[in-house]
Design a protein around this ligand. Structure first.
Ligand code: GLP
Length: 241
């Protein structure tokens, strides 16, 4: 695991965006694994700026997002589909149909999860997987105790995760209880993994991920087993290393 510690969040975000742009320049038809959450908003803003400056194109790329809330259709304002349209897809040149997220409103979420996993395999697996870090060490929505070999499936969100994500909902009771998420095994099959975390709220999880034991208690610690994992932190998130 390569750990890069930046002085501040701004510079960690910039570096992360540059690594994604570099992969797209090297491999224009890359299969990207994309993440949501507050952490990624600034990364996508930089990629949009780079696209507008003619420095990066998504025209030949494909993408699979990590996760989606069960029960929310793509046009629901709090769905991760809506997040991705707002923060990236509507502003870059991705081809129609090239971006995929699990359907939160699928009649049978378990079948949806299995088909999503199959679609990732059929695409040749993820080339570059972008990840944020939950304060409890989750990646995607793989909450603590997730099997380290898990594939895309339904997960129950912890109370802490629902509380952390309640800031986006008008009423905290509206935060879904279930999500479809790529599994840890799915993520580990990616050719390259890039995790970004900044701020003091991520310091415990970052320390457990990097220096703790390999354990389902900290799903992100699974990245210790990946051959090509890069973790980008700011000083605050690295404070407990
Ligand atoms: C969310 C997402 C994760 C994200 C993490 C951190 O619940 N499912 O993909 O990385 O939690 O979110 P944030 O970046 O808002 O701190």
């Amino acid at each position: 695991m390569k750990v890069l510690i930046h002085d501040d969040a701004e510079s960690a975000i910039e570096h992360t965006a540059q690594l994604i742009a570099a992969r797209l320049r090297r491999q224009p038809d890359a299969v990207l694994g994309l993440a949501t959450g507050g952490t990624m908003e600034a990364v996508y803003a930089r990629l949009i700026a780079a696209h507008r400056a003619g420095e990066v194109s998504f025209a030949k790329a494909r993408s699979f997002n990590l996760d989606e809330y069960v029960g929310l259709p793509p046009d629901h304002p709090m769905s991760y589909w809506a997040y991705m349209r707002q923060h990236l897809f509507d502003h870059v040149d991705m081809a129609p149909g090239a971006a995929a997220l699990p359907r939160g409103d699928a009649a049978d979420p378990e079948t949806e999860a299995a088909s999503y996993e199959e679609a990732i395999v059929a695409a040749g697996d993820i080339g570059l997987q972008l990840l944020g870090l939950g304060a409890n060490g989750h990646i995607g929505f793989n909450e603590p105790t997730s099997s380290l070999a898990s594939l895309t499936r339904i997960k129950t969100l912890t109370r802490g995760t629902r509380e952390a994500n309640a800031r986006y909902f008008d009423d905290p009771a509206e935060v879904p209880r279930l999500a479809i998420t790529m599994g840890i095994g799915t993520i580990l099959r990616a050719d390259e993994v890039l995790l970004l975390a900044y701020g003091a709220g991520k310091a415990d999880a970052a320390a457990a991920m990097i220096e703790g034991p390999l354990s389902a208690a900290c799903p992100a610690s699974a990245l210790q087993m990946h051959r090509k994992a890069t973790v980008v932190l700011d000083q605050a998130a690295a404070a407990k290393l």
